[in-house]
Design a protein. Structure first.
Length: 75
């Protein structure tokens, strides 16, 4: 899925809407989304550090294919 194309699709659709009930629902979704805390804020420091280590490993090429990982953890 191309997220940018999907967003543009939604913008075009919303711009043509005349149904106030749908617009109200979309406004409610937007409000709930904007006021909900970022999922990262709910993580413990150790969890964030672990994710950051994993991302660093990925950037530095220290990764295994799914098949190799499955073989390692099957033991």
């Amino acid at each position: 899925m191309n997220i940018q194309a999907e967003k543009l699709n939604l913008i075009e659709w919303i711009s043509k809407l005349n149904d106030t009930s749908i617009i109200e629902k979309l406004s409610e979704i937007k409000s709930n989304y904007t006021h909900s805390p970022d999922w990262r804020e709910k993580l413990h420091k150790e969890e964030i550090e672990s994710i950051e280590r994993g991302l660093k490993d990925l950037d530095e090429g220290r990764v295994h294919s799914h098949e190799i990982a499955r073989d390692i953890y099957a033991k």
